[in-house]
Design a protein. Structure first.
Ligand SMILES: [Cu+2]
Length: 470
């Protein structure tokens, strides 16, 4: 083989390699359940401290597990401690990473713990401060990313081609130096082998390309996503401690999640909207409302303390998302005895009101509201007559709106229109307002209670209102 010919072949091989590398670039990851990516945010309530912990899952081990900790309120005198253990093993002896909270405006705290193997881990977070505290065990899975078979085939084909090209050029150069041509059968063999490698690379390249196209189509079409399989429904057993709680006295709500098919504890929840569980507890009259994020204490078990202020029936709405499944809301009732501690303030309808030192004006694009017709509800924030433009993200968004009808049977958790805030560090740079909008279609006529929830100056701001749908 002559040197110019070898150079031509080399150029051709390089071109093929470049083309193949373009084909091998993996398709975009699916955006649905079970594909939450390597950065996950877990918002949990530790007593009266709500802390969002963003975990950067390492692609390999041993490696540090980086934690970005974003408290939702003042953390003066608060200590946060973190440690990890492989799931099912004791935390005893695990090194503890400690972070001290500071007073004033909260940024992001950083910490890290070390993980030394792939698999399921529990990240234990302990928060204690002057206003109480609590413990959460956050489930983390560190997975080795296997190289797809198609990529292995493509790389093998291309690698073989490159090796054969180098061999061919080397042989040609040796032959030229000796003044003897490379023997015909060697050239024939090299040519056949190169052709075979090329065919392998092309076949696997086409396969990679079609996989990338299919996964792009699947992520563009929500009905054709990986949700096809799904998982059985979740059973939620709710119990209160004490068994007969009294108004104005603290009680602990414990949620035991089990698989509707096997009855085993559910431990495949994935964070959705920055938490594993969104728990909304509302009294029958709607005067008591709370939206909290109970910490996980063991597989399938979540517990949180609260102090409802009036006797009667309460509904706990448990919103979860299981791996490879959509979100589900499970409602459970419980009763409180005793006498009312606080007087119910009637919630106002649309219009202006004062909340948390701001004026909040709420209006609807559709008046009157009608069942089955889409409406945009706008919350406008101002202070001393000036618009407020530095509302902060809560649970990754500008705002959340809970709507519930008077019977308690209709329950909706609506998110503000607009982009989600980035996770972790960058979230603190996001600012919203003065107008925050929600789009919702009320399914049936009736009276509805609505709670708009926002974050401003590190306080969760809840705006209740009551509307009639015709
Ligand atoms: Cu929530």
């Amino acid at each position: 083989m002559s040197i110019p010919m070898a150079q031509r072949l080399l150029k051709r091989a390089l071109l093929i390699a470049v083309l193949a590398l373009v084909l091998v670039v993996p398709g975009s990851a699916l955006a649905h359940g079970g594909h939450t990516g390597p950065i996950q945010t877990f918002t949990q309530d530790f007593g009266s401290y709500e802390v969002a912990i963003t975990v950067e899952i390492p692609p390999t081990t041993p490696s540090p597990l980086y934690l970005n900790i974003t408290p939702q309120q003042d953390m003066a005198g608060v200590t946060m401690r973190f440690r990890v253990a492989p799931r099912g093993q004791s935390f005893d002896g695990a090194p503890v990473a400690e972070v001290q909270g500071t007073a004033g405006t909260q940024g992001v705290y950083f910490s890290q713990v070390d993980v030394d193997r792939f698999g399921d881990w529990d990240l234990e977070a302990r928060v204690s401060g002057p206003k109480g505290g609590g413990v959460a065990r956050i489930p983390i899975t560190i997975m080795a990313q296997p190289l797809p078979v198609g990529s292995i085939g493509l790389f093998a084909g291309l690698g073989g081609l490159v090796v054969l090209m180098i061999a061919s050029i080397t042989l040609a150069m040796i032959a030229q130096r000796r003044g003897r041509p490379v023997s015909g059968w060697i050239n024939w063999l090299l040519g056949q082998a190169m052709f075979a490698c090329l065919i392998v690379a092309v076949i696997f390249g086409i396969q990679q390309f079609s996989t990338a196209v299919q996964s792009a189509q699947a992520s563009a079409d929500p009905t054709r996503s990986s949700l096809g399989v799904g998982r059985p429904h979740a059973n939620v057993a709710l119990h209160t401690t004490p068994d007969l709680p009294q108004a104005g006295q603290p009680l602990t709500l414990t949620l035991d999640l089990s698989d509707g098919s096997t009855g085993l504890p559910i431990d495949d929840l994935i964070p959705h909207h920055n938490a594993l569980i969104h728990l909304v507890v509302i009294s029958a009259d709607g005067a008591f409302y709370t939206h909290i994020h109970p910490p996980r204490s063991a597989p399938g078990r979540y517990a949180i303390a609260l102090t409802p202020d009036r006797p009667g029936r309460y509904t706990a709405y448990v919103e979860i998302e299981r791996q490879d499944s959509g979100t589900q809301v499970i409602a459970r009732d419980f009763e409180l005895g005793g006498a009312a501690v606080a007087v119910a303030q009637p919630a106002s309808g649309f219009g202006s009101r004062d909340v948390a030192g701001m004026q909040v004006d709420v209006r609807s694009s559709l008046t009157p509201l009608r069942a089955g017709k889409q409406a945009t509800l706008t919350f406008s924030f101002s202070r001393g007559g000036l618009p407020v433009g530095d509302m902060q993200p809560w649970l990754g968004m500008a705002g959340h709106m809970i709507a519930r009808d008077a019977t308690g049977a209709i329950f909706a958790h609506v998110h503000a229109v607009g982009p989600m805030a980035p996770s972790g560090v960058l979230a603190s740079a996001s600012a919203y307002g003065p107008d925050i909008r929600f789009v919702y279609t009320f399914p049936q006529p009736g009276r509805y209670q609505i709670w708009g929830q926002f974050r401003y100056e590190q306080q969760i701001v809840t705006v209740p209102l009551e509307v009639t749908v015709e």
